[in-house]
Design a protein around this ligand. Structure first.
Ligand code: S3P
Length: 425
């Protein structure tokens, strides 16, 4: 699909963006291996989370969906059955990496694959640690890449220091650790999102974080619960950025997950001078939730580096768009992980924003963004990456003529009605 985005004067209004992708995936996965019913409200019905549902259905779990409400009829920690066909995760890195931790411990073997992008993304980051626990996983066609063959087996515990800050890798190990013989310890170089720890504990697991060392003790059973999924801060980020850079704008985004491991984007924009307020804070099952109020702001360029990077890794493409309109230069460092997302988000953002007249220089571990830019419309390409498509759409709002986004429908991965929201505001 091609989408034409016309420039806008300002954006105003109150919106609720769809449910958190990370939390939606986890609610289905953990609900499947828990005993009893897990009732999920606010579930993200984007393609990625639907892939997770499809995989667990093939593993013998009954899952019902009605609008954004989902019921998972869990079969307990030992209740999955051997699938009769290959599991397909579509475009979802979270699904393939997390589910590998569960499948490694099952009393059956299976195969799992995904789309073209998934087959290019590194799987050794989960294969290596899970193998240290005794797992038998290998790439069928190519070492370290999907499709993967997993021979379920008994797992042992371990102590593991993650070489990269990755919540997907940490979560794969934590899921495997539930089935291990003794407690498993994980040391993170920098804290990554902790939804797995929060939700598994809510379901009855025993995971503790002692000064950055995460210790998970195997459990006999998990118990299904009600899960209220907050709105995804990664989806809210497009409208936070838009609210800051568009003239005369005032946007309120309701009920957003503001877990501290995810709010790097708010901290970064505030450091740039962004007028952002967190209001009506509450807590649901361990996850912080709040409304976010954004007003037009004069941003100034900053250097973004270090511990904040994993706290806003998915938001860096739209952060780069906002930085185009800040005073001065913005430099992003320590963000090499962006190269192995749904696309190489450093190269792709530099290339596509370049077509609109931006000056974004690609570096080994990030980018250098020249501020005070005037953008013109152009024909750009999403590279089938949902966050690239949405970031380009936000840039297009500030361009002086229309922009055409090719392969624009990949937004369905995480934010199916994204383009309607622009019109709504
Ligand atoms: C996710 C973790 C992050 C993030 C991805 C979702 C998760 O990936 O980029 O969109 O749900 O655990 P990494 O673990 O590769 O950093």
């Amino acid at each position: 699909m091609q989408k034409v985005i016309y420039p806008k004067k300002s954006l105003n209004g109150t919106i609720t963006v769809p449910g958190d992708k990370s939390i939606s995936h986890r609610a289905v996965m953990f609900g499947s291996i828990a005993e009893g019913i897990t009732e999920i409200t606010g579930f993200l019905t984007g393609d990625d989370c639907m892939s997770t549902i499809s995989c667990f259905k093939k593993l013998g779990i009954n899952i019902e969906i009605d609008k954004d409400k989902v019921w998972v009829y869990g079969k307990g920690i030992n209740g999955l059955r051997k699938p009769s066909e290959v599991l397909d995760v579509g475009n979802s890195g979270t699904t393939i990496r997390l589910i590998s931790g569960i499948l490694a411990a099952q009393p059956f073997s299976c195969e799992i694959t995904g789309d073209e992008s998934i087959q290019k993304r590194p799987m050794n980051r989960v294969i290596k640690p899970l193998s240290l626990m005794g797992a038998k996983i290998k790439g069928i066609n190519k070492d370290g890449f999907a499709p993967l063959h997993i021979d379920g087996t008994k797992l042992n515990s371990m102590e593991y220091e993650l070489p990269v800050a990755s919540a997907q890798v940490k979560s794969a190990i934590l899921l495997a650790s539930l089935f291990a013989d003794k407690p498993t310890a994980i040391i993170e170089p920098v804290a990554s999102r902790n939804h797995t720890e929060i939700m598994l504990n809510y379901f009855g697991a025993d995971i503790k974080n002692k000064d950055g060392k995460i210790i998970s003790t195997p459990v006999k059973q998990l118990y299904g619960k009600k899960v209220a999924v907050p709105s995804d801060i990664s989806s809210a980020a497009f409208f936070i950025a838009a609210g800051l850079i568009m003239p005369d704008s005032h946007i309120i985004i309701k009920n957003v997950g503001v877990n501290k491991t995810r709010t790097g984007i708010i901290d970064a924009f505030k450091t740039m001078g962004g007028n952002i307020k967190i209001i009506n804070e509450s807590n649901d099952s361990g996850e912080a939730v709040a409304d976010i109020e954004v007003k037009t702001s004069n941003l100034k360029g900053i250097t973004l580096e270090g511990d904040i990077i994993p706290r806003m890794i998915d938001e860096i493409p739209v952060f780069a768009v906002a930085a185009l309109f800040a005073d001065g230069i913005t430099t992003v460092k320590n963000a090499e992980e962006l190269k192995v997302k749904e696309s190489n988000r450093i190269a792709v953002m530099a290339e596509e924003l370049g077509k609109m007249g931006a000056k974004v220089e690609e570096t080994d571990d990030g980018m250098i963004i020249k501020g005070n830019t005037s953008l013109h419309g152009a024909e750009v390409y999403s590279h089938n990456d949902h966050r690239v498509a949405m970031s380009l759409a936000i840039a297009a709002l500030k361009a002086y003529d229309q922009t055409i986004i090719n392969n624009a429908d990949c937004v369905n991965i995480s934010f199916p009605s994204f383009y309607d929201y622009i019109e709504k505001l």
